[in-house]
Design a protein around this ligand. Sequence first.
Ligand code: SF4
Length: 289
Amino acid sequence: MSFETITVAPDFKKYLPKEYQDLIDDGPFVRPRKVSELGSFKEAIEEHPMCAGCAMTLFIRLTYVALPSLEHSVIVGTAGCGRLAISQGAVPFIYGNYGDTNAVASGLKRGLDIRFPNQPKDVIVMAGDGGLADIGFHAVMHSWFRNEKFTTIMLDNEVYGNTGGQESGMTLKGTVMKMAPLGKKGEKMDMIALAKTSGVAYIARLAPTNPTRVVNTIRKAVLIAREVGPTYIQAYTSCNIEYAIPTPLVMDDAREVEQDRYGFMEYFTDEAKNYWDNTGRKIKAPIKK
Ligand code: SF4
C-alpha cells in the first residue's frame, strides 16, 4: 500500500468513515511521528482483540510509530497472540504458515527489490518466541546465514500464550506453566548468541519500559537491514495471563525483568556500525504534505 493508494478522490471523501478520513488527513503516512505525539493522531493500529494491558500490544503499537517508511513496509507474522493485533494495522500483513515466516520474508524482500529497484521496501518479521525460536527456528537461522536484508522482531513473552501456556524454547528453566506442570527442563535459548554467530548485522535486546528507545531501536534495525544485512530485535513482552501478572503491574514487571536479566543491549557488526554512524542515522522520513 502507498499513500497514493489510500488517498481518495475529493468528492468521494465525505462518504468514507471518519476513521479513514483521519488516516489520510492526519495519520502516520503523512509525516513521521514521535512517541510524544501518541494519542494525538490517527495511528496505523488502534483497535485489536488482545488481552487488556498486554505488553505485546504496546510494543506493536510502538513498532508502527517506528517504521521509517510505513507505506513501503510489509509485516510478516504467523500464529500467536501478536498477529491478532498486527493483522488489524493499516500496513500489509502476510500471515505465514507456522515455521516459514523468515522463508516467506526472504522471497518477499527479494521480489520487492526486483520489482521496485528505486524504492526501498522494508520487510519486517514480527512473531512470538514460539514462532521464531521453536517452530520457525530453521527458517530464521537460514535467513540470517543467507544475509537476507530484513528485520526479525521476536515478541518474547516466554510462553505459548495463545494456546494456553505451553513452554517455549525461550521460557526460563524451571518455569511451571499450565501446560508444563513439571517445570521446564532446558535452559532459555540464547537467540542473541545465535544471531551473532550467524552474522546478523545489528542485534538489540530490550523491554518496553522506554518507548522512545523502542522506537529508535526498531527504526535503526529497519534502516540497517535495508542496506547492510539481517537485523534482529528481541523484546520482552510479558504475557500477563499465563504469568498471572495483574494488569496494572505489567510495566512494573517489565522494569523488574529488565533490571534482572533483560537489560538493553545492542550489537553491531563493523559494517553495520560504519553504515549507521555515517549514513543511516541521518536518514529522515519524507513528509507528504
Ligand atoms: S494471552 Fe498473554 S500474550 Fe496473549 S494477548 Fe493475552 S496477555 Fe498478551
